[in-house]
Each structure stands twice: as C-alpha cells, then as structure tokens.
Design a protein around this ligand. Structure first.
Ligand SMILES: [Zn+2]
Ligand SMILES: [Zn+2]
Length: 98
C-alpha cells in the first residue's frame, strides 16, 4: 500500500523548495514543523479535503488500470481452461484409437 503523502508549504523550507514528498502520517514537516498539505502520492497535486492518497485524475487512472488487469486475468484463465479442454479431448482421442 502506498503511504499518505504530504508536502511542506512553508516557503523558505528546503522540503517545500524541493517539493519533497513527505510521510504525512505525522502531519508536520520534520525540518520546519509546518503543517503538511496532503498531496497526491502519484503526481503531487494538492488534495482537497476528504480526498485520500490520490487526486481524482490518478484515482481514475488507477481504477482503469485495475479494471484492465482484471480483464486480462479473466482472459488468461479462460485461455487456460480451453487449453485444458483441448488437452483432455486429445487424451480421450488417444484412448478411443486403442
Ligand atoms: Zn518544511
Ligand atoms: Zn495525482
């Protein structure tokens, strides 16, 4: 799981200057002690109140990716099943020829 990410907004702080992603579990910048702004763990966009980990754009992209993965997994398992059926019919065919 990705960590909740925050960013220091204190102008003049090195962390703010570098737009360094900080672990926002603590809620404060370890350097200057300023309150952190929650940012998207992926692209660093400041998050609105109530948003978690990812900004709406990244959350949507992630959901789309997960849906694609699910479809791929489903397709793969269907392929395995049909391959198994072919193998089974080949085996049966061999027995019938006896
Ligand atoms: Zn700071
Ligand atoms: Zn984002």
């Amino acid at each position: 799981m990705s960590k909740k990410t925050g960013r220091c907004t204190n102008t003049g702080c090195v962390n703010a200057d570098k737009q360094k992603k900080l672990d926002s579990r603590f809620g404060f910048c370890p350097l200057c002690g300023a309150r952190l702004t929650s940012v998207c763990a992926k692209c660093g966009t400041a998050l609105e109140e109530g948003q978690k980990l990812l900004c709406p754009a990244c959350a949507e992209a992630k959901q789309e990716k997960q849906a694609k993965t699910r479809r791929a997994v489903k397709a793969a398992s269907t392929g395995v099943i049909s391959a198994g059926l072919i193998a089974a019919s080949v085996l049966t065919g061999g027995k019938e020829k006896k």
